[in-house]
Ligand binder design. Structure first.
Ligand SMILES: [Zn+2]
Length: 376
């Protein structure tokens, strides 16, 4: 039995992998089952420009929260020159002389980078990047707001505890057989296509089918489990939304909306090693499949698109027993403004101000814009 050899320059870190990679994934899987042989290191096929960087800098694996933030936001664009990084080439994530995080393509890395934290490989993945200055809101009833102040942090429910049963789902159950066929066809191609420089094995049709089925089974047994994610949901909007007031603080209740920015959410979670803050993609599951892999937690049904959600996600390796996690943070820095529900009675504002004061905070509190009077 042969074991797939990792390229020597690979290091632990937020590695992205290529479409290539489904090919390599296939090759690696098959090599373990003893049927496909893949030898040597991919360094042979590397672009000389990239190779020079790897020769000069050894990956340190030191990924600070600020670097993670940058990698997530830049997606596939160089942070120095804004050019797109080629799909079959790595991006270089690391630091300059004054330890500023960088996410660069080879040309810029050559001039600017003094420490390489990790190479990052492009793949057909979701671009969850969202600008730091985007304004986001969280609408909540009074009890949740009080709990937040008392806990001095953000509560992240486990994804399976959220209302949407499609959290971390791959697609519609009724379409599963179709997707199986789609991936079987893909894996058949993987089985018979060797990366450049390697021989394709001579397999019979039955052997190809058999190997493709093994790959499909493996793909499906490494399921994305909603119980391994913790999520804090926010609504992206320059102003208030009457629809969200009605959804989250309907007239029969009292509540508030807190206003902040994407940057402040990143700051709030920056002690969390697995944290990602990103834009939710709305998917028509009648036509599409969610991603394979953990990006799936950023896919929701298109029927929820009015939520315009930005979410902060924490990931754990195994499903945990706890139904949520509390992330302590500086609420004074996070909460830019507290807006009182337009449906709340007049006395409610005083209660909110008093509560904030009792917990020692000094947020800016204002009435809802929905209460403004028209002129004609
Ligand atoms: Zn560049």
């Amino acid at each position: 039995m042969r074991t797939f050899r990792q390229p020597s320059w690979q290091c632990p870190g937020p590695t992205r992998v290529g479409p290539w990679d489904s090919l390599l994934f296939g090759a690696a899987q098959l090599s373990n089952s003893g049927c496909y042989r893949l030898v040597g290191s991919f360094k042979m096929a590397m672009n000389p420009e990239d190779e020079r960087i790897f020769d000069r800098l050894t990956s340190t694996g030191r990924v600070t929260p600020r670097l993670r933030h940058l990698i997530s936001q830049r997606y596939n664009y160089c942070s120095a020159c804004d050019y797109m990084i080629d799909r079959d080439r790595p991006a270089f994530a690391g630091y300059d002389v004054v330890d500023q995080p960088l996410f660069l393509h080879a040309k810029c890395a050559e001039q600017l980078m003094v420490e390489l934290a990790t190479p990052v490989y492009w793949r057909d993945t979701l671009n969850i990047g969202v600008e730091d200055n985007v304004i986001v809101w969280r609408y909540m009833d009074f009890a949740k707001f009080a709990a937040m102040l008392r806990q001095r942090g953000l509560y992240f429910p486990r994804a399976d505890q959220l209302d949407d049963k499609f959290e971390a789902a791959a697609g519609l159950a009724k379409r599963e057989p179709e997707w199986d066929q789609y991936y079987l066809a893909h894996f058949r191609k993987v089985v018979v296509t060797a990366p450049e420089g390697y021989d394709s094995p001579n397999l019979t049709e039955t052997e190809i089918d058999e190997q493709a089925r093994i790959l499909l089974e493996r793909m499906k047994t490494t399921k994305v489990d909603a119980r391994t994610f913790y999520v804090s949901c926010w609504h992206a909007n320059g102003g208030e939304s009457e629809a969200l007031w009605r959804l989250y603080c309907p007239p029969s209740t009292v509540g508030v909306a807190i206003r902040t920015t994407v940057k402040s959410i990143w700051d709030a979670v920056d002690q969390e090693l697995t944290a990602a803050v990103g834009r939710v993609h709305y998917i028509d599951f009648g036509r599409s499949y969610a991603m394979n892999g953990t990006d799936r937690i950023f896919c929701k049904r298109s029927s929820l698109s009015h939520e315009r959600e930005i979410r902060a996600v924490l990931k754990s390796n195994h499903p945990d027993a706890v139904q949520g996690r509390l992330v302590s943070c500086d609420l004074e820095a996070l909460i830019r403004q507290v807006v009182i529900s337009p449906f709340a009675p007049a006395w409610f504002r005083e209660v909110v101000v008093d509560l904030i004061d009792r917990f020692g905070f000094s947020f800016n509190v204002r009435p809802s814009d929905l209460l403004e009077e028209p002129f004609f």
